[in-house]
Design a protein around this ligand. Structure first.
Ligand SMILES: [Zn+2]
Length: 296
């Protein structure tokens, strides 16, 4: 059993000796729906109920500890002790009577320091629990398995503080970084840099930039045109050129056939010579077509 040096020890008996041992893997934070001191909370556990938490954090900056962290405490239903012997360490925190107020600065500091100690002393990993039995840090209403009839504990304001203040501060202090440095902000992996570069390139192509008109035939009229217009023009020219080349090739082939038939009827001409000369002429026509593009 372990006792937090930063807490006032108020051991609950017979629970402390009687309840089963646990291997603590989680830290679950609550609001007690009362503005009680750590001492008053101890009296409540001792005199009025058979439930209890390991810790209580009051408004004045005192932490009370009632049960050692290697013994089951009964504040989180199914997370108190699981079949495999693991369980959650629990902390109640003083609140107003409707559990709507945020933690004050003393409570925040106490929760952060306690969280760091639980990480260092018990090896609770520096992450927010991903499932009800996942080792890490959490708050009472995070998973239904942690309460018997559902709960909104520790209240909306404190859930937000847990995510935005308490847990990040535990991680920062436990890893020796009280504040993220500028270096951390720009320390990207190669994969992250590639991802950003790809996203930036896509973004650039999505934006329709205005470029200098690359077509000398129309540049005098429009010195600048939209990139999409230029691309559309190039595609139109390509399609028209293909169609013209196909039509001309077909016409030329018909011409060759016709001339070959004529030559066959004229006994004194060599048909092969005529065809070869026509083919050479047609090839030069092809070259002529590709260098004389139609206007877009
Ligand atoms: Zn609770």
């Amino acid at each position: 059993m372990a006792w937090y040096p930063g807490a006032v020890k108020m051991e609950l008996q017979p629970e402390s000796d009687a309840q089963a041992a646990i291997r603590p893997t989680q830290f679950i934070i609550h609001s007690i729906v009362a503005p009680w001191t750590a001492r008053r909370t101890y009296e409540y556990w001792r005199d009025s109920t058979n439930l209890e938490s390991h810790f209580a954090v009051d408004y004045e900056g005192t932490i009370g500890q009632y049960i050692g962290t290697h013994t089951r405490a009964d504040a989180n239903a199914g997370a108190n002790r699981r079949a495999d012997g693991t369980g959650a360490v629990s902390a109640e925190t003083a609140s107003n009577l409707s559990a709507t107020d945020p933690w004050n600065d003393k409570q925040l500091e106490d929760l952060i320091a306690l969280g760091v100690w639980l990480h260092e002393e018990e090896g609770i990993p520096l992450r927010i629990c991903r499932t009800h039995d996942d080792p890490g840090f959490g708050y009472h209403s995070m998973f239904p398995q942690w309460s018997t009839g559902g709960t909104s504990c520790p209240g909306r304001a404190r859930i937000r503080q847990f995510r935005e203040v308490v847990f990040p501060a535990i991680v920062a202090r436990a890893t020796g970084k009280t504040q993220p440095t500028e270096e951390d902000d720009v320390a990207l992996t190669t994969a992250e840099i590639d991802q950003i570069a790809t996203a930036t390139a896509k973004k650039t192509l999505q934006i329709d930039g205005v470029i200098e008109n690359p077509n000398p035939a129309t540049a005098g009229e429009n010195s600048h045109i939209a990139l999409t217009t230029a691309v559309r023009n190039i595609e139109t020219i390509g399609r028209r050129t293909e169609a013209k080349v196909a039509a001309l090739t077909e016409a030329n082939n018909k011409l060759i056939d016709t001339v070959a038939q004529l030559a066959a009827g004229l006994g004194d001409l060599d048909p092969a010579t005529i065809v070869a000369e026509l083919r050479a002429a047609i090839e030069s026509i092809d070259v002529h077509i590709t260098t004389d593009l139609p206007e877009a």
